[in-house]
Write a protein of this length. Structure first.
Length: 250
């Protein structure tokens, strides 16, 4: 695949930061580099200041190939006319890794993600060999470390690790789209939100981080645990409304 399109299925390590998606995008690029991803130079750009929901909404998108300081400046919002939409990286053993804006709305920050091929994490258990399972274990550990760094670095209010699944915006959460079954919730959220997610994952063993809580629920991230799907939708809606109130209070 090209430098901006990892091989499917896709593993997505995604966050939503109320501070804005442009700042989060640059910091996600910093996380990618911190965890062994080398810039490929490929950047998809669009016009600065033009709102969009899907990238396809922007007619003036283009892909540029930049070197060194020019790539770094572009992904950190240093260009006066263009803004980065996707940035390409490569990681040994993984191949193409991208930082990207996920599906959003034209009126709120987009979720930002580090995305790559899910590899053995995306294969059915019955088709996996012992070698595949070891590879899946390594990728799961790497993805967890990336999520921990990314959520702290961007001061994300929520996030997730998922395969072939996007991260809903606050608007989508309020209208009934649930988070994935491996979410992160910030300590800056109201206690009622955390209680709602604990209800949704009654048999899980959440991982406390200084800045929030990660709920791993499926192998190889954790031993499989039961997810109350109805409670997860309720918890996600609760999160969406809490974010709406937070925005109005700012």
């Amino acid at each position: 695949m090209t430098d901006l399109y990892p091989s499917p299925p896709h593993l997505t390590i995604a966050v939503w930061a109320g501070s804005g998606d442009e700042l989060a995008f640059g910091r996600a690029c910093d996380t990618a580099v911190e965890f062994g991803c080398a810039p490929s130079g490929a950047v998809e750009v669009g016009p600065r200041g033009e709102p969009f929901a899907m990238l396809q909404d922007l007619e003036d998108r283009s892909t540029e190939h930049l070197n060194g300081a020019d790539f770094d400046s572009m992904v950190h919002g240093g260009h006066p006319v263009s803004r980065p939409l996707k940035a390409g990286f490569r990681r040994k053993g993984t191949g193409t890794v991208i930082v990207e804006h996920l599906l959003g709305t034209a009126t709120e920050p987009h979720p930002v993600a580090i995305s790559l091929s899910a590899g053995a994490l995306g294969w059915p258990k019955e088709l996996s060999t012992a070698k595949d399972r070891k590879a899946a274990d390594r990728l799961a550990a790497w993805a967890t470390d990336v999520l921990r760094d990314l959520t702290a670095r961007t001061e994300a209010l929520y996030g997730s690790i998922a395969v072939e699944e996007t991260l809903p915006t606050p608007t989508a959460l309020r209208t009934g789209t649930p988070l994935s079954t491996q979410p992160f919730l910030s300590t800056n959220l109201p206690p009622a939100v955390l209680r709602a997610f604990h209800t949704a994952f009654p048999q899980s063993h959440p991982t406390p981080w200084p800045h929030g809580t990660f709920f791993p629920t499926w192998k190889p991230f954790a031993n499989p645990s039961t997810v109350n799907r109805s409670a997860l939708t309720t918890a996600s809606t609760t999160l969406g409304h809490a974010l709406q109130r937070r925005t109005h209070e700012l």
